[in-house]
Design a binder for this molecule. Structure first.
Ligand SMILES: Cc1ncc(COP(=O)(O)O)c(C=O)c1O
Length: 432
């Protein structure tokens, strides 16, 4: 008997056909298959500081209250009401809009606009899925978070980079030219959103300052491009100096963005425990938020209640902030270790440059012009031979990807191994 297997085109939807394996799984696979390889590629967090004690205590507290087992039940689609209130209050306090608890009415309004998701990644997906058709355009920072770029590709959406100058700052004159060009091509109406990572960005480590963000809002408004804006604040709380998160408001607290439909996303994974996979979105546009919640209902009708309950406790009893203090000094030490290893390995004298970030998990390196760091390059193979893995920077561009950049993550490896990984990277750089 012959079995006829339907081919991909007749079997799968256009979404199914467009789907590609995420770049990070390919890199992770490589790491697993190469014994002794030190990975500076994955955006994983520090293992040694994961909050085992705090999680144990929170669990005991939850389990001791036998009368209340609701955390083992399904929750609601938008998330636990108490957690939403706590997160809204935290966000408003970071925006400097009022001291915690000072205005219960305002807090309730924002808690209603905030929804808890399965990692902030889900909020990003819901945002694009509810705004864009295949062929639409999203303006993205340059460089940008490569999983977001993959998400756009999976939905058939085109990414266009927000132009930047030689220092990586947004270039508003060039943005005007870009928007005028899109208008001339009849594509301006296809621009459906703007996306950027504001604090200690993945991959660049940069923070968009208040002036840059306001300039962006003003330029978009002047060019009649008042489209939904998505601010990704995944690393806002991972500034190494306490208070960095409060240094400037997010888009929801900045009047420069009034009139734009706004979605602010952030996460409890990187600043506490990635395994709990809880993030959130706060959106001030009722129809957009409702659409995201309806689609979320189709996905999962609610983020895991158990993880939410645990985080709610950790936020209220102070364990979350205590963990943040631990992480801030641990990541600063790791940043220093990798930075020092790259310096000691002579990378600067070979024409490499990088920013020393004040937060987050990444060093973003520019190699000498003309060097190719792509996944198929001689440089990539030299790194594999030396036993070190990185993310090729070319994955982090919406368009016109330069070939000579590299993202190194210092999140997961311990300090000693970071030193070794840095030395290996420098040996590879010297060998090509
Ligand atoms: C910039 C950025 N945004 C969002 C996310 C998603 O994180 P999560 O789904 O764990 O909240 C990540 C994860 O690496 C990230 O780097």
């Amino acid at each position: 008997m012959t079995t006829i297997t339907p081919d991909k085109a007749s079997l799968l939807s256009s979404l199914g056909q467009r789907a590609r394996p995420p770049a990070i799984t390919v890199l992770m696979q490589m790491a697993l298959e190469t014994p002794g390889l030190l990975s500076l590629a994955a955006g994983f967090t520090d293992n040694a500081t994961l909050p085992l004690t705090a999680v144990g205590e929170a669990l005991r507290g939850m389990a001791e209250n036998a009368a209340d087992r609701e955390f083992l039940q399904y929750g609601t689609n938008a998330g636990r009401p108490r957690l939403r209130t706590v997160l809204a209050a935290r966000m408003l306090a970071q925006d400097g809009r009022f001291a915690l608890g000072a205005d219960p009415e305002e807090m309730r309004r924002w808690a209603d606009r905030l929804f808890v998701t399965n990692g902030s990644q889900q909020a990003l997906y819901l945002a694009v899925q509810t705004l864009c058709e295949p062929g639409d355009i999203v303006l993205v920072d340059r460089p940008s978070y490569f999983v977001f770029l993959e998400l756009l590709g999976g939905l058939g959406v085109e990414a266009k980079s927000l132009p930047v100058d030689a220092d990586g700052r947004l270039d508003f004159a060039a943005l005007r030219v870009l928007l005028a060009g899109l208008r001339a091509e009849g594509k301006r109406e296809r621009v459906k959103a703007v996306y950027f990572v504001s604090w200690f960005a993945n991959p660049s480590g940069r923070t968009l300052d208040a002036e840059e963000k306001r300039g962006l809002a003003e330029t978009l408004r002047a060019e009649d491009c008042v489209v939904p804006v998505i601010e990704d604040a995944a690393y806002r709380e991972l500034g190494y100096e306490a208070g960095a998160a409060e240094a400037q408001p997010g888009i929801l607290g900045d009047p420069a963005w009034d009139g734009f439909p706004r979605l602010y996303t952030s996460t409890l994974t990187k600043p506490f425990a990635t395994g709990l996979k809880v993030g959130y979105g706060a959106c001030d546009h009722d129809a957009w938020r409702a659409a995201m919640l309806h689609v979320k209902g189709h996905h999962d009708f609610g983020t895991g209640n158990f993880a939410q309950a645990l985080l709610e406790r950790a936020l209220i009893d102070g364990a979350f902030d205590a963990q943040l203090a631990v992480l801030r000094s641990a990541y600063r030490e790791k940043r220093d270790a990798l930075h020092a290893a790259l310096e000691a390995g002579g990378l600067l004298s070979r024409g490499w440059r990088w920013l020393v970030p004040e937060g987050g998990l990444y060093l973003w390196l520019e190699g000498p012009r003309g060097l190719d760091t792509g996944g198929e390059s001689a440089f990539f193979r030299a790194c594999l031979r030396e036993g070190v893995l990185y993310v090729p920077g070319e994955l982090c561009y919406g368009d016109e990807a330069p070939k000579h950049t590299v993202r190194l993550s210092f999140g997961v490896l311990a300090v000693e191994r970071l030193r070794e990984a840095g030395a290996r990277f420098c040996r590879a750089a010297a060998s090509v």
